[in-house]
Design a protein around this ligand. Structure first.
Ligand code: DGL
Length: 256
């Protein structure tokens, strides 16, 4: 039987992936979205690779049990550590995050890449940076506590002093290598007086080009949208209540 409603699972260690979900719903509104935020185990950024793989594998498994057609790893850390391993274990397409180094390097001269420790030290980011190093000067900074502080500030109202996490420096571009940082995009831009780049639209576009073709036979053509389901996001996991509250009410989030 021909399937005409796509189901997409979106995963993050916590609330950061909601910013990616927002981009996906804007750019590719027709699928039914399931969001799994592993809030009780967030943040992931300084955990061991083995532990991150165990947690993400478990989450992707749960999304697959729900019959998703694709999974978006809306987490740079999970992508850097385990996207390749999971692609060989699961049959559904797995779309990862790519820090927007390439587009940023095309227009900036001094670039700062902010990321979690696991992403900052990853081979994946190293390759991205070296591919653009001839075009501009790139500094990668690991911020060990920033994602956790953003998670707690937005979920529980804990105070957040951004300047304690950001390195001093003169940059004309900043790449956000963690989806939690996207909530602070404007503030980070103000801090450096620089342009700020994230990979959210890139991930949403990859999802659309992949599933638009796979499910409907065309690239999510408007005519086909009519027979797609769409609808509300389904929240999974122990932190589902937090995600839902945030998705519906967080002002920072609604801006996206
Ligand atoms: N939002 C995630 C990322 O993009 C994870 C941050 C964390 O849990 O440390 O890296």
């Amino acid at each position: 039987m021909e399937q005409n409603t796509a189901r997409v699972g979106v995963f993050d260690s916590g609330i950061g992936g909601l910013t990616v979900l927002s981009a996906c719903r804007r750019i590719f509104p027709s699928p039914e979205y399931l969001y799994y935020g592993d809030n009780p185990n967030a943040p992931y950024g300084a955990k061991s690779e083995a532990e991150i793989l165990r947690l993400v594998r478990d989450a992707v498994g749960k999304l697959c049990e729900e019959g998703v057609d694709a999974v978006v790893l809306a987490c740079n850390t999970a992508t850097a550590v385990c996207a390749e391993a999971l692609r060989s274990e699961f049959s559904v397409p797995i779309i990862g995050m790519e820090p927007a180094v390439k587009p940023a390097a095309a227009t900036c001269k001094r670039l700062l890449v902010l990321a979690t420790p696991r992403t900052a030290e990853s081979e994946r980011l190293r390759k991205l940076v070296s591919a653009s190093a001839a075009r501009c000067d790139i500094t990668v900074h690991a911020a060990p506590r920033l994602a956790g502080c953003i998670e707690r500030a937005l979920s529980f109202g804990e105070p957040l002093r951004l300047c304690e996490h950001l390195p001093q420096g003169d940059y004309d571009g900043v790449v956000l290598g963690c989806t939690h940082y996207v909530y602070m995009k404007r503030e980070i831009g103000d801090f450096y007086r620089a342009r700020v780049f994230d990979g959210n639209e890139g991930a949403a576009n990859r999802l659309r080009s992949l599933l638009g073709k796979r499910i409907s036979g065309t690239d999510d053509h408007p005519i086909n949208r009519a027979c797609f389901g769409g609808g509300e996001v389904i929240f999974l996991g122990n932190g589902a209540e937090t995600n839902k509250k945030l998705y519906n009410t967080n002002k920072c989030f609604i801006k996206f």
